[in-house]
Design a protein around this ligand. Structure first.
Ligand code: GLU
Length: 334
């Protein structure tokens, strides 16, 4: 079986803001009078996701916000398979922050639901805020004849990058279709961009992507290959929502992808998590900076427009970081 994915430690974008910009104010205020400014540069890192996905541009936008709004703090973004591997790197202390799916955050924190977390909970993971829906997008070649999840039997399928939340969702979709990996003719765990290449070349018939509507990996593929978004609706959607409370129905509007009509599926939510070990002041300042500059997120990708203070606690599956708790309680939300 071919296995290839972007090495979790591959640093594709390094945005370091080591210089302290004298006099830069924190966007939302934050320090209490008499608090000392942090001494020496604070270097944080954030686990993004697929270079062709939406976590990566979102994390890049947060890095820019930190650069412009937080004195003496930098945020480096690392690409990765995404949710599961990011959670493992929070546990090991290799990541300070990460973007993950809210279903995977729950499984990680509670040590359940995913083999990687069984008996190995990520108990130092804390929630910061939820961001935007991530529909489970099952993409098939238009000529494949696949029109429902059960049609995947006997086909070659890319079930999400190694260490992704997409893989967790793909296995759950197979489960409600009464299928296991063994019922497929071939199973690939490829980096998202590579899965799209395999689909274009006919090396797989279908591929799972759990990614914001309009994710580049699907949008780019649709330009050069006729694709369908296979509906995950009716009995499949109901069974998934029964199986896991994190799923909700979602609609992918017509025109999102070249020549693809409106389609129905289920979605989870993207969220930002942090390592419990970060100081409450630092996290509070980060929250203030991000929510004071949401336009930077919306200009990075359309999904960023869905990040709002009002919805930032919707679907929050794990305890908040102390700094986030303080931020939300000052906003009257706790
Ligand atoms: N939701 C995906 C995952 O955890 C990552 C999507 C992205 O990188 O935008 O598998």
């Amino acid at each position: 079986m071919k296995r290839s994915f972007i090495t979790m430690r591959t640093v594709l974008v390094v945005l370091l803001a080591l210089a302290c910009v004298a006099g830069t104010a924190f966007a939302g205020g934050g320090r209490e009078e008499g608090d000392a400014a942090p001494s020496g540069p604070v270097r944080l890192n954030m686990g993004g996701g697929w270079v062709t996905g939406v976590y990566f541009p979102m994390a890049g936008a947060m890095s820019r916000i930190v650069h412009t709004q937080m004195d003496n703090v930098s945020l480096t973004v690392e690409s990765s398979g995404a949710s599961v591997v990011n959670s493992n790197l929070i546990r090991s202390g290799d990541l300070d922050m990460a973007i993950v799916q809210n279903d995977v955050a729950y499984y990680a924190f509670n040590g359940t639901g995913v083999a990687a977390f069984d008996g190995n909970a990520v108990s130092n993971m804390r929630g910061l805020f939820t961001m935007y829906p991530e529909p489970v997008q099952l993409i098939a070649r238009a000529d494949s004849g696949i029109s429902s999840p059960s049609d995947l039997a006997g086909r070659r399928v890319a079930i999400g990058p190694l260490g992704s939340g997409a893989e967790v969702n793909a296995i759950e979709v197979l489960q409600v279709a009464g299928l296991t990996e063994g019922d497929l003719a071939g199973v690939e765990r490829l980096a998202a961009g590579e899965a799209a290449d395999f689909l274009r070349d006919g090396r797989v018939d279908a591929a799972f992507f759990t990614v914001a509507i309009g994710g580049a990996v699907i949008a780019d593929l649709a330009v050069s290959q006729d694709i369908v978004v296979v509906p995950i609706t009716g009995e499949y959607a109901e069974a998934l929502i029964d199986l896991r409370p994190f799923y909700a129905t979602a609609t992918i509007p017509e025109g999102t992808y070249n020549n693809v009509p409106e389609s129905e599926t289920v979605a989870v939510l993207a969220m930002v998590v942090a390592n419990e070990s970060l100081s409450a002041d630092l996290v509070y300042d980060f929250m203030s900076a991000v929510f004071g500059n949401l336009n930077t997120l919306s200009s990075a990708h359309a999904a960023g427009r869905m990040v709002t203070l009002e919805t930032a606690l919707d679907g929050m599956p794990i305890p908040l970081h102390a700094g986030a708790e303080r931020f939300f309680s000052e906003q009257g939300m706790q």
